[in-house]
Ligand binder design. Structure first.
Ligand SMILES: *[C@@H]1O[C@H](CO)[C@@H](O)[C@H](O)[C@H]1NC(C)=O
Ligand SMILES: *[C@@H]1O[C@H](CO)[C@@H](O)[C@H](O)[C@H]1NC(C)=O
Ligand SMILES: *[C@@H]1O[C@H](CO)[C@@H](O)[C@H](O)[C@H]1NC(C)=O
Length: 401
């Protein structure tokens, strides 16, 4: 079943394995959901595969069997290598209708103030095709109980944490390995013109490893030309922006945010690209600024072709200042300064706050986001400098077959 569908090569798996235990520590949070019990959360992970010498008592072919690290003492058939977010009944058959396979996953950071909007979003994701996780940053879980789907989704609660904090802890790639696509969305998105099924068929057809629905520029706060909806287009992969605002983009620009780029408000990752992106999320840099510019490294090849914006299924970005929304969202003049992580910005952490007059609290979050951005860039530079074996895949011309 599930184990047959895991296409990742072994080398990647083994890299993963050592990071796993920390990711499943649930100490700071609690799960709510009638049938979702931690004890039922089968530890079926994709792990490293060891060539473990076994005392050949049955037949010679056992001698070097490939077993996940840690399971050498268990008979093979009992080892459950993957897991999922499906809830199970305490007794009797599952209540849900037969699930489609493969499933996809939607994760949203939410606060009760956005309940109505989140309701609209979740209703767009049929539970037969999607596992849904709500990450409650305000600790209010009970307030959602009256929604009909509430008991069918996984609720995770941790006060004042961001979407990226939750994603790093609860969407470890091994844990979500059975999901085809991961939607990691903000709560302040308008979904009137979005259909999840059509969206999925488009990204599959177009081979988009990382994507986002386009943003309706008429009704939204749009930060990048690239993510603006192009009317009567299905998908676009680059934007031309000759006069600003923001970074100038020309026909031959090969770098984000001109191409190979999505914003952090509504990204959609394929399984393999998520495996990469998760590793780039830093545990302590919870606003994840700067990550968007590096996502090209997770595009599984040419970022210009494998990253795209879907125009025919699009969103309205409400731009609300919440933890599950655009509290830390950059505005255009800031965007311009961000540029690529190779260029270290002097005093980026102390960038003047714009005249938008957000609250002190929001200012503090913004300031922190800039500090994190600087940190992230410095870490990237340091990592590049110190990893003598690393070759920048985006600088290397592709070999002809
Ligand atoms: C198996 O896992 C343990 C604990 O994580 C680690 O110390 C050991 O090196 C691993 N063995 C192999 C062969 O990967
Ligand atoms: C969460 O953050 C808000 C805004 O910064 C703050 O007022 C509140 O005290 C925080 N809550 C906790 C439990 O830290
Ligand atoms: C990536 O794809 C674009 C568009 O197809 C192409 O112009 C570009 O040369 C490709 N880049 C690389 C590095 O192959």
């Amino acid at each position: 079943m599930v184990t047959d569908k895991m296409p990742e090569p072994k080398r990647k798996r083994s890299f993963m394995w050592s990071c796993l235990p920390s990711a499943i520590l649930l100490s700071a949070v609690f799960f709510i959901g009638s049938a979702f019990l931690v004890t039922d959360y089968k530890e079926r992970f994709l792990g490293a595969c060891n060539l473990y010498p076994i005392k050949a008592t049955k037949s010679k072919t056992c001698e070097y069997e490939c077993r996940p690290n840690g399971t050498e003492t268990l008979p093979r058939g009992i080892v459950s290598r993957t897991t999922d977010m499906e809830m199970r009944p305490l007794s009797g058959p599952p209540k849900k209708k037969k699930l489609k396979s493969p499933m996809n996953l939607l994760g949203i950071a939410v606060g009760i103030k956005q309940k109505q909007n989140v309701n609209e979003i979740v209703k767009k994701f049929p539970l037969t095709d999607f596992a849904v996780m709500l990450f409650h940053y305000d600790g209010n879980v009970n307030g959602w109980r009256d929604l009909e789907w509430s008991n069918s989704v996984v609720h995770v609660s941790a006060i004042n944490q961001t979407k990226w904090w939750f994603a790093k802890r609860f969407l470890h790639p091994d844990v979500v390995a059975q999901y085809d696509y991961i939607f990691l969305w903000d709560e302040d998105l308008g979904v009137e013109n979005f259909h999840a099924g059509r969206y999925l068929s488009i990204v599959k057809e177009e081979g988009l490893q990382i994507s986002q629905p386009a943003i309706d520029a008429e009704k939204s706060e749009v930060h990048y030309k690239l993510t603006e909806r192009e009317i009567s287009s299905k998908v676009h992969r680059r934007a031309i922006n000759l006069h600003g605002p923001g970074r100038r983009c020309y026909e031959n620009s090969m770098e984000p945010p001109c191409t190979g780029f999505v914003e952090m408000m509504a990204p959609v990752f394929s399984r393999v690209s998520w495996r990469c992106a998760w590793h780039m999320i830093q545990n302590d840099l919870v606003h994840a600024w700067g990550l968007d510019f590096q996502l090209g490294y997770c595009a599984q090849g040419n970022r210009t072709t494998n990253i795209g914006i879907v125009d025919s299924e699009y969103l309205i970005h409400l731009g609300l200042p919440t933890l599950g929304g655009s509290s830390g969202t950059k505005i255009n003049d800031e965007v311009e300064k961000q540029s690529s992580p190779d260029k270290i910005l002097p005093n980026a952490g102390k960038t003047e706050i714009s005249a938008v007059e957000p609250s002190d609290e929001r200012n503090a979050v913004r300031r922190e986001s800039f500090i994190e951005l600087d940190d992230f860039k410095n870490r990237w530079k340091k990592a590049v400098r110190e990893d003598e074996c690393w070759v920048d895949p985006l600088q290397t011309p592709p070999q002809q077959n």
